[in-house]
Design a protein around this ligand. Structure first.
Ligand SMILES: Cc1cc2nc3c(=O)[nH]c(=O)nc-3n(C[C@H](O)[C@H](O)[C@H](O)COP(=O)(O)O)c2cc1C
Length: 140
């Protein structure tokens, strides 16, 4: 039984080293637990999609909610799925500062990542477009 979960949060330490440490830890743990997904970061905000077994995702989201490296964790979307959409990444990374803001603007009022202001479906559509336009790095 596969599920997909999407949430947003605000980084506590916004340094590139802090973000990189989260990604490194995520990739090594996700490889062993069969979790795939995308971590999008921009302007101090995280948008992350995680996919995998229902128990594995439930357990990971519990850890994530208690992680002091970010705050204001909000669940945006949860669904049972037949197949993965981000199966190519143990944890793909999008750094929005490097991208053309038009992709973000297509889905929001301002050219800034603000998943708190849009629906979960819109944020998922944004992640899918970033994936389709090869804006994601970190394929294993
Ligand atoms: C924004 C963010 C995203 C994270 N994503 C993942 C992830 O995809 N996989 C993962 O194993 N840990 C991720 N973590 C780290 C977990 O919160 C947690 O530290 C990790 O699962 C280890 O938990 P433990 O230290 O309680 O064993 C993330 C943390 C943050 C702040």
């Amino acid at each position: 039984m596969l599920v997909r979960l999407l949430y947003a949060s605000r980084a506590v330490d916004t340094s590139p080293a802090a973000i990189e440490a989260i990604l490194q830890q995520s990739r090594s743990h996700n490889t062993t637990s069969g979790i795939t997904g995308i971590l999008c970061y921009g302007g101090g905000v995280f948008l992350q999609a995680i996919e995998g077994g229902r128990n594995a995702i439930s357990e990971l989201y519990g850890h994530i909610q208690r992680d002091a490296r970010h705050k204001d964790v909000v669940l945006l979307h949860y669904e049972e799925i037949a197949e993965r959409r981000f199966g190519g990444w143990t944890m793909g990374q999008v750094n929005l500062s490097r991208l053309n803001a038009s992709t973000v603007l297509k889905y929001s009022e301002k050219p800034e990542l603000d998943p708190y202001a849009v629906s979960g479906k819109v944020s998922l559509a944004l992640l899918e477009e970033l994936m389709a336009t090869a804006a994601i790095v970190g394929r294993p």
